[in-house]
Design a protein around this ligand. Structure first.
Ligand SMILES: [Fe+2]
Ligand SMILES: [Fe+2]
Length: 268
């Protein structure tokens, strides 16, 4: 089975570029499930129901998010009605929406998709390691699910790498999001979990993590400035992961970088 995942969509041009390439990406990589992190899709701040629907209508299976999930207030109602839009599972009890969802393929294979947020340099949430252990208490990879995919949303590379090694072999893939910068460490860990510390954003890299350079630089000098999205030529960043249907462990992972100012990956 193959999972295609794209990192944080930042702004309108990234949205439109990704939506215009969905068919191309599906044809090229032949994923069984297509997951996108949507947390910055609405002008860099969260996602609206209208935007989420555009992605679902384009046959994206699951939308994951992160710390920006509540930036657009209409999303509070929508997330409670929409199983396939998820927010970090370790947000405190009582938070609207769910942190996980499952997809059943035509062949009966079930895939569990989980969104989690790390703790270092992030807003306060439950301890991410314990939250994941709790989720895994009653489920087993290869028995209850043919694949378990985690979008691990967080700032610190050390924390994400520790998390991935701690849960190596218990899930199919752990892919980092949030920093908007892709790391060059995509690999399958020794016990079969595919991992990349950060997949990078889908956005304009001629920017400061997707925001206009001048404004973002000014913020380091002055408190008065604000940020807006650097629209323009987009690099689509993601990964394609191949998983053994019987064991749920990963066989391969390849980063995808298409368009814009980043060097393309060979797979393109
Ligand atoms: Fe984030
Ligand atoms: Fe983000």
């Amino acid at each position: 089975m193959k999972i295609l995942f794209l990192g944080d969509i930042v702004g309108r041009d990234a949205r439109n570029t990704v939506l215009s390439k969905v068919n191309y990406l599906k044809h090229k990589f032949k994923p069984d499930i297509f997951i996108v992190n949507i947390e910055n899709a609405a002008g860099g701040r969260g996602v609206t129901p209208k935007i989420a629907k555009q992605f679902f209508n384009s046959k994206i299976d699951v939308l994951t998010t992160g710390n920006h999930i509540w930036d657009q207030k209409e999303i509070i109602k929508y997330i409670q009605e929409t199983n396939q839009l998820i927010r970090p599972a370790n947000m405190p009890e009582g938070t609207p929406g769910s942190g996980q969802t499952e997809i059943t393929l035509d062949n009966g294979n079930k895939i569990l998709v989980i969104n989690l947020m790390t703790n270092l340099f992030m807003s306060q949430n439950d301890f991410v390691f314990k939250s994941m252990e709790k989720i895994l208490l009653n489920i087993k990879l290869g028995e209850d699910y043919s694949a378990i995919f985690i979008d691990l949303h967080g700032e610190a590379t050390s924390e994400k790498t520790a998390f991935a090694n701690y849960f190596d072999g218990k899930v199919s893939a752990i892919i980092g999001t949030h920093t908007h910068i892709p790391t060059a460490d995509a690999r399958v860990l020794p016990n079969g979990t595919a991992y990349q510390t950060d997949v990078g954003m889908c956005g304009n890299y001629d920017s400061v993590i997707g925001m206009k350079k001048e404004l973002a630089i000014d913020r380091f000098f002055s408190k008065k400035s604000y940020l807006t999205v650097a629209e323009g030529e987009i690099t689509i960043c993601g990964v394609i992961i191949e998983i053994d249907d019987n064991t749920g462990k990963s066989l391969d992972i390849n980063p995808i970088q298409i368009g814009g100012v980043l060097k393309p990956t060979l797979i393109e």
